[in-house]
Design a protein around this ligand. Structure first.
Ligand code: GAR
Length: 193
């Protein structure tokens, strides 16, 4: 089995989109792949309940319990490694990862970022796109490298920025596309593994 481990911090709607697509498209039979675990750095992450309902093992590792980023990442890696992952997917996992963690999963660590990279790395991407007068915004799935939100682009989707958009309305429009392209990018990767 090719195990997929998904890291979340919040609602987990991208994680849920991947889990649902894996079920609908029978990834287990087709690619020998399954979502083996969902891990959150927040115990109250909404996505954990969904994962449990689906019978997927969940884990919580509170970063505030660790003295340093390195110590948290070492424990996180130990947890992730228990599931022998072919792919590690960041899906709204709002932690900056250490170079050591990134190197450990080089080539199999994937992120979704709510902008058309290389524009708008970091936070508040939707407000920044509106403030810059962008007519289009979007989302990127990319391989994770040591530098934040930089790394080979695997897939993107574009949405219009409408005249009355707020960061929230634009985020909602982008999110619907996230749910399309993250499963699509993972499927494409599974076909190469
Ligand atoms: C998504 O919009 C994702 O692109 C973004 O967080 C949201 C998580 O939503 N990720 C980042 O901003 C990473 N820097 P979800 O928990 O419902 O999938």
């Amino acid at each position: 089995m090719k195990n997929i481990v998904i890291l979340i911090s919040g609602g987990g709607s991208n994680m849920a989109a991947i889990v649902r697509t894996a079920q609908q498209e029978a990834w287990a039979q087709r690619y020998g792949a399954r979502v083996a675990a969902v891990i959150s750095n927040k115990a109250d992450a909404g996505g954990l309940a969904f994962a449990r309902e689906q019978g997927i093992p969940t884990e919580t590792l509170d970063h505030k319990q660790f003295a340093s980023r390195e110590a948290f990442d070492a424990e996180l890696a130990a947890l992730v490694d228990r599931y022998d992952p072919a792919l590690v997917l960041l899906a709204g996992f709002m932690r900056i990862l250490t170079p050591g963690f990134v190197a450990r999963y080089a080539g199999r660590l994937i992120n979704i970022h709510p902008s058309l990279l290389p524009a708008f790395t970091g936070l508040h991407t939707h407000q920044r796109a509106i403030d810059a007068g962008c007519k289009f915004a979007g989302v990127t799935v990319h391989q994770v490298t040591a530098e934040l939100d930089v790394g080979p682009i695997l897939d993107q989707a574009v949405v219009p920025v409408l005249p009355d958009d707020t960061a929230d309305t634009l985020a909602a429009r982008v999110l619907t596309q996230e749910h399309v392209i993250y499963p699509r990018a993972v499927r494409a990767l599974l076909q190469t593994l």
